[in-house]
Design a protein around this ligand. Structure first.
Ligand code: NCD
Length: 342
């Protein structure tokens, strides 16, 4: 199947074949990154602009490195020192980058929908500029979910990571699901793989649409999919207000940061109490599959969502592999958007 997607904005309508193309392409870039000369000429002469209207450490650096490893020229935008502070609109900022010959824009914004609006404007202008959503508000963060998927699949089969490796596995996603774009994208990719996805959070940190569905039964497809899903998949999503049923026999535990900057009201008694009830510790992992692995997209509140010693324990933690995978996966996404043949 050829790659046809010009923008990468959401995983809601990604097909299993598309996930597999990303996984295979990332796998070949992973090999490139293991060489002494970690660079290929694939995007030579192309310009990739990183428009991060919200702060970021790993995502922004990872996209910049990915673009550089593909030999693209990179432009980095910092909102504090830009003309946004002089009243320029976001669309005008994007058009300024377009006028400089930008071929791809990687966009992060604290409001949901900004990358989509810029992509629509590029399409309206009839220009072939690919837009990649690097995190929009509480909506989606596709490249993070794809790197999480790649990290898990390469662990299951180093040389041949494929979506189907996750079929029948149990993945627990624990923490601030309400504010998490990472969780929303991961729900799409992991349920597309045939894994059983179990969300666990205090009721106040689960999206409202999930709160009256706290049962150990899969959430029905129509509750989670857009109005006209492109692919009808048998998605298996379970919701829990306590941790134990989500951890029971889990193969992977994905922890999420408490996004205090997005909490507009009083949602938690205290961080200590949250850790007591939902913090991932060595002791709690005894409920899981003996070979369980723990993921976290970072940044981590050490000792809150995950105990500090566990975070650094290579027997359980995949956190640094996630960061490493991020570069190969983002190289794959830029390559595919740039019209790379697969
Ligand atoms: C996440 C984000 O910004 O959405 N981090 C990331 O991209 N690695 C998650 C978070 O901020 O907690």
């Amino acid at each position: 199947m050829p790659w046809t997607r010009h923008h990468i904005l959401s995983l809601a309508d990604f097909s299993p074949a598309e996930y597999d193309i990303v996984l295979q392409t990332a796998s070949s870039f992973r090999e490139v990154l293991s060489r002494r000369t970690k660079k290929v000429p694939t995007l030579q002469g192309q310009v990739v602009a990183n428009l991060f209207f919200e702060s970021s450490t790993r995502t922004r650096s990872s996209f910049e490195l990915a673009a550089k490893r593909l030999s693209a020229d990179t432009l980095n935008f910092a909102p504090g020192t830009s003309s946004l502070s002089k009243g320029e609109t976001i669309l005008d900022t994007a058009k300024t980058y377009l006028a400089m010959g930008t071929d791809m824009m990687v966009i992060r914004h604290k409001e949901a929908g900004v990358p989509q609006a810029i992509a629509a404007e590029m399409d309206r202008l009839g220009v072939r500029v690919g837009v990649l959503n690097a995190g929009d508000g509480q909506h989606e963060h596709p490249s993070q979910a794809l790197l999480d998927l790649f990290t898990i699949c390469t662990l299951l089969d180093t040389d041949n990571p494929q979506l189907s490796l996750l079929k029948g596995k149990k993945v627990a996603i624990v923490g601030d699901i309400l504010h998490s774009r990472v969780a929303r994208s991961n729900i799409w990719s992991l349920t597309a793989s045939g894994a059983e996805v179990h969300l666990a959070a205090p009721a106040t940190l689960l999206p409202k649409e999930f709160s009256d569905y706290v049962k150990e039964e899969p959430l029905k497809e129509e509750s989670t999919s857009p109005s006209s899903p492109v692919v009808a998949l048998d998605r298996r999503l379970f919701i829990h207000w306590s941790l134990a049923p989500a951890l029971q026999n889990a193969d992977f535990v994905m922890t999420l940061r408490l996004q205090k900057e997005r909490m507009t009201s009083y949602l938690l008694p205290s961080l200590r109490e949250y850790h007591q009830q939902f913090g991932i510790t060595r002791d709690r992992l005894k409920l899981c599959h003996p070979e369980v692995k723990v993921l976290h997209p970072g940044p981590v509140n050490r000792g809150v969502e995950i105990s500090s010693d566990l975070m650094d324990d290579p027997q359980f933690s995949l956190i640094s592999q996630q960061v490493t995978s991020g570069v190969a996966v983002r190289m794959a996404l830029l390559y595919l958007m740039g019209g790379g043949k697969v």
